[in-house]
Design a protein around this ligand. Structure first.
Ligand code: NAD
Length: 472
């Protein structure tokens, strides 16, 4: 730790000096950095796949879509729009400011810290880096200690592509993150759990550092009786069980109208068999199903299942666990009630509980009685049903008749609200998160419109104030 502490001090100080130099970095310099990153990723796809697969057997196709493509599309989108994002934005001049000119100039915040989780270990470290570099910052990345192969790869990537005064990677456990947090960063971009998010915000408060907190929570999926059950089931199964359920925006639980509950259960079982057991050798034999990241999480999930079953939940599908390889079968449970532990914490694994409602207001009231989710999904043939659910609840994002996909829509802000996060990421919104929106006003020399308001305050000042209050 002594060595790491020294490294942190040294790199932070180097980056502080560099950040001031980079304050006026032109588009071309930023494009150069982003292009170098893009090229490295393109040239090392196999290395990336191998590292992530070694960490939790994530299938290669899932790696290609949710780790590599997500980052390369973020870079391409940024390269396309960066020069227009960087342009100062003129604002109108009100009559009272006649003669002046004003604009918003986005400037880099400075030295930024990116703390990443393990569940999409490449995407969630590199995605924020794209925004940080686009906005002209320097960055230190602290990848997750739970995915050591991917963390080592990210370290290698950054060492090969960037000078350490621009981007550096510091690997390590919680103590390393805590040590980093003692530094007066100009922005912290944290992705992880709400519990750790609170600690990050407390540490940031010491230096009044701005934060983006990309957190988690329980994202519901609401299913109306007027729905194509087969279509909804396949989308829910993909969104829930991709990455073995370890996705911040996976549907955490289902709220299903009682009249279609049985049919939905059957449709989900069919989809599970189609996707993960096509050769009837069991899901464990499927190369397309990942593993739980470690034994600790496997045990946590197993306890959630046991608690639910002991309180009356029924296992409709799955339930098998193989500790020797951190395997947890896709599991659907019904007869779930609010008092079960599974309904009180984020599941973050391949366990899908199903609760029922008779009238939609019961489902809406349930969602509103709980912390605001990161995502909300609603499935119905009726647009007004979907829009009503979305408008009557609060969540970071919402999707009608699909799930998870909004993460890939580069034009939308991505993030949570309150317990599920603060601030937004992706595309222009990510660029904004790492920028200071500096308000610039240019007054003309010799034009002193506010002169009548200077002291000593005489009759003229009173007249001017009276007319301001009356007319503006
Ligand atoms: P985590 O909060 O345990 O850890 C995230 C990072 O914080 C890791 O790098 C870890 O080393 C560091 N950390 C842990 N404890 C710390 C402490 N006391 N002080 C400082 N740093 C500390 O989260 P995780 O288990 O890696 O990831 C799962 C969580 O992340 C879930 O809640 C999930 O919903 C959330 N998540 C959110 C998003 C999003 O985009 N909103 C994406 C992925 C995951």
């Amino acid at each position: 730790m002594e060595n790491t502490a020294h490294t942190i001090d040294r790199i932070f100080s180097l980056q502080q000096t560099q950040a001031i130099k980079q304050r006026r970095s032109p588009v071309a310099a930023r494009v150069k950095l982003l292009t170098a990153l893009l090229n490295w990723i393109k040239d090392h796809q196999e290395d990336i796949r191998k590292a992530i697969h070694a960490d939790f057997k994530k299938p290669y196709t899932e790696i290609d879509i949710s780790e590599i493509f997500v980052v390369t599309s973020e870079i391409n989108h940024t390269l396309k729009h960066l020069s227009s994002w960087m342009k100062p934005k003129k604002v109108p001049t009100p009559l009272t400011m006649l003669g002046s000119k004003s604009y918003v100039q986005l400037e880099p915040k400075g030295v930024c810290l990116i703390i990443a989780p393990w569940n999409y270990p490449f995407n969630l470290a590199l995605g924020p880096l794209v925004s940080a570099l686009a906005a002209g910052n320097t960055a230190i990345i602290k990848p997750s200690e739970m995915t050591p192969h991917t963390s080592a790869l990210i370290r290698r990537l950054c060492a090969e592509v960037f000078d350490e005064n621009v981007v550096a990677v510091i690997e390590g456990e919680v103590e390393v993150a805590q040590r980093l947090l003692q530094k007066p960063f100009d922005h912290i971009f944290f992705t992880g759990s709400p519990m750790v998010g609170k600690l990050i915000m407390k540490a940031a408060a010491e230096h009044l550092t701005s934060v983006t907190l990309e957190l988690g929570g329980k994202s519901p999926a609401v299913i109306d009786q007027r729905v194509d059950l087969k279509d909804a089931a396949s989308k829910l199964v993909w969104g829930k069980f991709v990455n073995c359920g370890q996705t911040c925006i996976a549907p955490d639980y289902l709220l299903v109208q009682t009249s279609v509950k049985k049919q939905l259960v059957e449709a989900i079982k069919t989809s599970l068999e189609d996707m993960y057991n096509p050769s009837a050798k069991g899901v464990q034999a499927s190369p397309d199903y990942a593993r739980i990241v470690n034994t600790k999480h496997l045990q946590r999930l197993s306890q959630l299942l046991q608690d639910a079953v002991s309180k009356g939940a029924v296992v409709e599908y799955g339930g098998t666990i193989d500790v020797s390889e951190n395997y947890f079968e896709p599991t659907l449970i019904s007869h779930v009630t609010q008092d079960m532990a599974i309904m009180q914490e984020e599941i973050f694994g391949p366990l899908l509980p199903l609760m029922e409602y008779q009238e939609i207001d019961e489902a809406i009231d349930y969602i509103n009685a709980n912390p605001k989710p990161l995502a909300l999904y609603t499935f119905s043939n009726s647009d007004s049903f979907n829009r009503n659910v979305i408008a009557s609840t609060s969540s970071g994002g919402a999707v009608a008749n699909d799930c998870v996909l909004h993460f890939l829509q580069t034009e939308l802000p991505f993030g949570g609200v309150n317990n599920s996060g603060i601030g937004k990421a992706h595309g222009y919104y990510g660029f904004l998160a790492f920028s200071n929106e500096k308000a610039v006003m240019e007054q003309r020399i010799g034009l002193t419109a506010s002169k009548p308001l200077y002291p000593p305050y005489g009759a003229m000042a009173k007249k001017v104030v009276a007319s301001l209050l009356k007319w503006f």
